[in-house]
Ligand binder design. Structure first.
Ligand code: ZN
Length: 287
């Protein structure tokens, strides 16, 4: 369900769903169209075309099923992203997009990790086309490999910079080079906070108008997904601290929810993040 959330201080943090936005079309350059979007000079290895062969070629895991409702869900997710993008363009200081599927593992050439379309990249691309300077930060436990590939492909047509803060020892097992801040298992807020601050400082140094955030909740200690000994140790309270850090940037914030599988803890993490990310009443509007 969509709608507005007015907290006790009547801050204007708005939720959307995709039900009223089914006319949205993903930007051509980053649409999921693997059969026509292979890199120049690449070789298609599916010598015997079949559904199974294409899945093996374009999927990065075997845990991302495609079923009868997947296309409908993706269309809805695109609508959520489009509505969230428009809300940023209208000046909302904080916009939170909750899609059915996460997106940061999807690239123009592959899907996986429950991701089919890279939601944050679609939004960032639209905002850049509208003249905004966008920086993307990914704080999911897993590396934002799909976002990284989109950034490599589109460069500043997508955003001015991208930083992913993630586990060094887990899926998707891709090194993101200068766009990566890799962390070891067991890190808590005392280690995480300065790394996140360095990511924020780096992106802010590019004078961005909008921060697009891939917010993963699978960095919380209770999450069941991480590999043994690789899990992070954040607490719900740490997400409030995270929200404060983004609030203190004074920059418009567009949040896409990514992973997070400790479902009894995730709502508290999200609520604490959003409650802290809202502008303080005495602050001037975001630029
Ligand atoms: Zn994740």
């Amino acid at each position: 369900m969509g709608g507005r959330w007015h907290d006790e201080a009547k801050h204007d943090i708005t939720f959307f769903d995709g039900t009223a936005n089914d006319g949205f079309i993903a930007p051509h350059a980053i649409r999921y169209d693997p059969f026509n979007d292979l890199p120049e000079g690449s070789t298609h290895m599916c010598l015997r075309p079949s559904v199974q062969a294409e899945v093996c070629f374009f999927a990065t895991d075997n845990e991302t099923p495609i079923d009868a409702d997947t296309a409908k869900e993706i269309a809805s997710d695109l609508g959520v992203g489009a509505a969230a993008t428009q809300a940023i363009l209208k000046g909302h200081p904080v916009v939170y997009a909750l899609t059915t599927h996460p997106g940061h593992h999807a690239s123009p050439l592959h899907y996986g990790g429950y991701c089919f379309v890279n939601n944050v990249c679609c939004a960032a691309h639209e905002l850049t086309r509208a003249g905004k300077r966008v920086g993307i930060i990914d704080v999911d436990y897993h590396a934002g490999d799909g976002t990284w590939r989109c950034f490599q492909r589109l460069q500043h047509a997508l955003c001015v910079d991208f930083v992913s803060l993630h586990s060094a020892a887990d899926y998707p097992h891709v090194f993101l080079h200068q766009n990566a801040i890799e962390l070891s298992g067991g890190v808590d807020w005392s280690t995480y906070e300065p790394c996140l601050q360095s990511a924020i400082d780096r992106v802010l140094s590019r004078h961005v108008d909008v921060l697009a955030l891939s917010l993963g909740l699978d960095t919380v200690a209770e999450d069941p997904e991480p590999a043994v000994d690789a899990a992070f140790r954040l607490t719900p309270k740490d997400f409030a601290r995270m929200g404060e850090m983004f609030r203190d940037t004074g920059v418009q914030l567009l949040v896409f929810q990514e992973g997070g599988y400790a479902l009894d803890v995730v709502p508290d993490c999200v609520h604490q993040f959003l409650a802290a990310a809202r502008p303080m009443p005495s602050e001037p509007p975001s630029r």
